[in-house]
Ligand binder design. Structure first.
Ligand code: CTP
Ligand code: CA
Length: 228
């Protein structure tokens, strides 16, 4: 959708969006990551910016270009992503589209791990990462007005997303069907169910670009319906 200058519906609003994977270091040269392309998160940041929001995109390493007009903060680990989100506050809108690593390597090695002659492969231990979405959604002070998460599911999509929304304390959860054949890591389309406190909207199969535009329009509608 094209908007013009000060008539754009989210003018005066601030937004933060997370996108891409996180990388969790094993040692100075190795990491554990995932296949998130960042396409959906980057498209959402671009759409919010086109809708007039002052937008910060906090992204893990991706090949996606920086969207026009968006302030981009590049990080690697989940803990860096959380710190960057906290630095971007206050915002009105927070969309958590990143594929955050659930675990990091505990006690990462300060020097490159070396093979030992006839030795054992290293054993990695893991520690749980902070839940960025839940941390921001449960802020007692400075919580964004609208907190939105993504739930990538392969089955029981709506039921899982309803439970995940409640568990994390966010306002909306976008359940994303990542079963084979539909939207998934690196692909260009998504099938979304938008779960709110009191409704479930089934969206048709859309491109990630269309999902981003529809979400921005839905967010604009939400703020329009609020008492001033
Ligand atoms: N998320 C986050 N920080 C984490 C893990 C997840 O901010 N450490 C966010 C994601 O960006 C997404 C939402 O939480 O918006 C749901 O992520 P998901 O991986 O589906 O949920 P988990 O609670 O990690 O549950 P699981 O992976 O076990 O399904
Ligand atoms: Ca997870």
């Amino acid at each position: 959708e094209a908007y013009f200058g000060k008539d754009a519906p989210l003018v005066g609003r601030r937004a933060l969006v997370t996108s891409g994977p996180t990388y969790e270091a094993i040692d100075p040269v190795r990491f554990i990551g995932n296949r998130s392309s960042g396409k959906q998160g980057h498209a959402i940041a671009a759409a919010l910016s086109r809708a007039g929001a002052e937008t910060t995109l906090i992204t893990g390493p991706t090949a996606e270009p920086a969207p026009q007009g968006v302030q981009v903060v590049r990080i690697e680990s989940a803990r860096q992503m959380l710190a960057a989100c906290q630095d971007a506050l206050p915002v009105d809108i927070a969309v958590f589209a990143a594929a955050v690593a659930d675990w990091r390597v505990a006690g990462q090695a300060p020097q490159k791990l070396k093979k030992q002659e006839g030795g054992q492969p290293p054993r990695l231990e893991f520690a749980e990462n902070p839940d960025i979405l839940a941390t921001i959604a449960r802020l007692a002070q400075g919580r964004p007005g609208l907190v939105i998460g993504f739930a990538a599911e392969t089955e029981n999509m709506v039921a899982n997303a309803v439970a995940k929304r409640a568990r994390k304390g966010c306002d909306w959860m976008l359940a994303n069907d990542v079963s084979t054949g539909t939207g998934t890591f690196g692909g260009d389309a998504n099938t979304i169910h938008l779960v709110t406190a009191d409704s479930v909207e089934d969206w048709p199969r859309l491109t990630k670009q269309q999902v981003a535009d529809r979400l921005a329009a839905r967010i604009a509608e939400h703020f329009r319906s609020l008492p001033a």
